[in-house]
Design a protein around this ligand. Structure first.
Ligand code: HEM
Length: 362
């Protein structure tokens, strides 16, 4: 546990151990999500817009309701149905990249892939994908930040809500409306904020795992070769790549009362951040933590969070990553780094902005 004070004066307790991280994520009665789930540069204790109205910023019992309204869409069985489409989209994007002899994997493949697969289930017609991809990117991208990104996503779903009211359930809005029709009193504001939560998470996270995952494999040719030859399985590889890349750098909570954490007294109101890359390399839990071990098992990484707010898209993340990985290793050509990758410069995501690659013989 380290007490951190940013240049801006913003303070937090940095949790770097796996056990303490799990404690924070699981003990929602002590560590609330309603003051934000990400550190802020100004004041971590300030009221948070959207708190109590979207899953990630809500504690039980309301959190349980919001999550239940969405759960059916994201069960392993429901998302497995997207596997064929995920392969199709991955193959098309990679074929295009290969036809050009290479390009920027981050922009040409990783950024486009997740939303192209999920658009239909999220209720986004093909023609609206570029607009939503741009709006969700602006809502999280530190280099092009404007507060209108979230606003644009919410306006889009508010309009969709207006036109879809009462229709039978298939996509995101329908599932929420169905929950309302089934007796759960969801306000329009909760529906729109929940759509924002899901759509931003759905479109802006997987790309970091995919970029970081490809880079890790390019830097570990023996691991890549073992995957290609089928000596190592894709399923466990996906989880090790998640542990390795830790796309969400941290998950923040705020203590609602004085408590003990890893032998330190935390005061009510203190911000606590679980640092995922550190927890994922805790030697008390992971043998050879600094090595990429693609068949690591068990692999209790915290990259998808834990406890009540465990990533709703977890099963889907695995479907998407497996499909892309299989399409990458299954091709008769390979990829190599063509230039230095450029990383995002933010404390919120471990992400790669640009990943120049060239096609090479397999
Ligand atoms: C590799 C990609 C992803 C990573 C690393 C990731 C990571 C996370 C983490 C760490 C949390 C916990 C946040 C907290 O406890 O405060 C979370 C929650 C969540 N994730 Fe993901 N996520 C990914 C992909 C997705 C996808 C594809 C979806 C699509 C639906 C999604 C939807 C959500 C939602 C709705 C929550 C909030 C759940 C709740 O509060 O109950 N995520 N994710």
């Amino acid at each position: 546990m380290h007490h951190q004070v940013a240049k801006t004066g913003s303070e937090h307790w940095a949790v770097v151990g796996h056990a303490a991280g799990r404690q924070v994520l699981h003990d929602w009665k002590v560590f609330t999500s309603t003051r934000g789930a990400l550190l802020r540069e100004d004041d971590n204790a300030a009221p948070y817009p959207g708190a109590g109205k979207m899953p990630v910023l809500t504690d039980p019992p309301r959190h349980t309701d919001l999550r239940r309204a969405l759960a059916q869409m994201f069960t392993p069985r429901a998302v497995e149905k997207l596997s064929a489409l995920a392969h199709e989209v991955a193959r098309a994007l990679l074929t295009d990249l290969r036809a050009r002899g290479g390009g920027d994997f981050a922009a040409d493949v990783a950024a486009k892939f997740p939303l192209a697969v999920q658009a239909e289930m999220l209720g986004i017609p093909v023609e609206d994908i570029p607009m939503l991809l741009d709006a969700t990117r602006r809502s999280v991208d530190e280099s092009d930040h404007d507060s209108f990104g979230h606003h644009d996503v919410m306006t889009y779903f508010l309009q969709a809500l207006g036109t879809r009211r009462g229709e039978a359930g298939r996509n995101l809005i329908d599932a929420l409306l169905e929950a309302r029709a089934g007796g759960l009193p969801l306000t329009d504001e909760e529906i729109v904020l929940t759509c924002d939560n899901v759509v931003v998470a759905a479109s802006q996270t997987v790309q970091h795992a995919v970029n970081g995952g490809l880079l890790a494999l390019l830097e570990h040719p023996a691991a890549w070769e073992a995957l290609r030859e089928g000596r190592l399985g894709v399923d466990s590889a996906v989880d090790e790549l998640l542990r390795w890349t830790a796309p969400a750098t941290h998950v923040m909570r705020t203590a609602v009362r004085d408590t003990e954490l890893a032998g330190t007294t935390i005061r009510a109101g203190d911000a606590v951040a679980v640092w995922v890359p550190a927890a994922n390399r805790d030697p008390a839990v992971f043998a050879r933590p600094e090595e990429l071990v693609l068949d690591r098992s068990p692999n209790p990484h915290l990259s998808l969070g834990g406890g009540m707010h465990f990533c709703l898209g977890a099963a889907l993340v695995r479907v998407l990553m497996r499909a892309l990985l299989r399409e990458l290793i299954g091709a008769d050509t390979s990829l190599a780094l063509a230039n230095k990758p450029v990383r995002h410069s933010t404390w919120a995501v471990n992400g790669i902005r640009s990943l120049p690659v060239e096609v090479v013989p397999a």
